[in-house]
Design a protein around this ligand. Structure first.
Ligand SMILES: [Zn+2]
Ligand SMILES: [Zn+2]
Length: 272
């Protein structure tokens, strides 16, 4: 799993203080891109992850730090528009528009994929052998969803996307091996309809994941330093917690290996 971008929110997106390219999940020869914000095309190619390898693109909601490069990735996935191919799974706001939000992927691009899935809470589907379930989120786009992915052999991965803390938010993520939390804000800086480290702590205590990666950092979080916030969460909960960096990789095997963007860095090995 590649963290191609770890920035979130308007200010970080516009300044590119962190990249906003989303996540590339690779399981065997199945490739899935999650939330391709601006930079997804460039940093996929830079990392040797051609968009033509994609089997699926997931867009959890209709904010540009999540959807911006989806259309060009669809052109890649469809073998540069020569073949109807792949799965596009996205919120209703992204595909059809909800209230005054969206849509953000043109009809033409929606016509280039083989299968479209509208992501609503509890909708589940498969990409190859990877099981996917959409989960409820509460965000300024009312159609936003979180995701739970079940990979054969290596376990499940949760991805909250942007959400508020609410009663039941943790239910779908309970017991996942790896939980990816979109923590835009640090401790003491809650923002309505987003996660700060304070809400992340509650979700970790409820969901009890094997380990946690924090990502989708906003400006306030970057000013405070995500590494220190990850250390705080790990000390409070006893759950191994990593602050994502642009270009970081997480490899799920018998253990979980976290590899920094630079080759000579020692990987962190987590028994989870
Ligand atoms: Zn966002
Ligand atoms: Zn958002």
């Amino acid at each position: 799993m590649w963290f191609l971008g770890t920035g979130g929110g308007r200010f970080v997106m516009v300044t590119q203080r962190r990249r906003t390219a989303g996540l590339r999940l690779v399981w065997g020869d199945v490739h899935i891109h999650v939330d391709p914000g601006p930079g997804a095309l460039i940093f996929s190619n830079w990392s040797g992850l051609s968009p033509q390898k994609l089997d699926a693109i997931f867009v959890t909601h209709c904010h540009p730090d999540h959807y911006c490069d989806a259309e060009v990735l669809i052109e890649g996935m469809s073998r540069v528009t020569t073949k109807r191919r792949g799965v596009l799974a996205a919120s209703r706001s992204v595909l059809q528009g909800v209230e005054d939000i969206g849509p953000s992927i043109s009809k033409y691009h929606q016509g280039l994929v083989e299968r479209i899935v509208t992501l609503e809470p509890n909708v589940s589907f498969e990409v190859g052998e990877v099981g996917v379930r959409a989960l409820r989120a509460e965000h300024s786009d009312p159609a936003t969803v979180g995701l739970r992915l079940d990979f054969p052999d290596v376990g499940s991965v949760g991805y909250t996307s942007d959400t508020a803390y609410f009663d039941g938010v943790s239910d779908g993520y309970r017991g996942v091996r790896l939980l990816i939390l979109c923590t835009m804000r640090p401790r003491g800086a809650s923002l309505p309809l987003h996660l700060s480290i304070d809400e992340a702590l509650r979700i970790m205590e409820e969901a009890k994941p094997g380990c946690v990666v924090l990502t989708h950092f906003g400006m306030k979080m970057l000013n405070v330093g995500p590494e220190g916030e990850a250390e705080y969460l790990e000390a409070e909960t006893g759950i191994p917690t990593v602050a994502a960096r642009d270009g970081m990789r997480v490899i799920l095997g018998d253990v979980i290996e976290v590899r920094g963007p630079r080759k000579r860095e020692e990987p962190r090995v987590i028994e989870a």
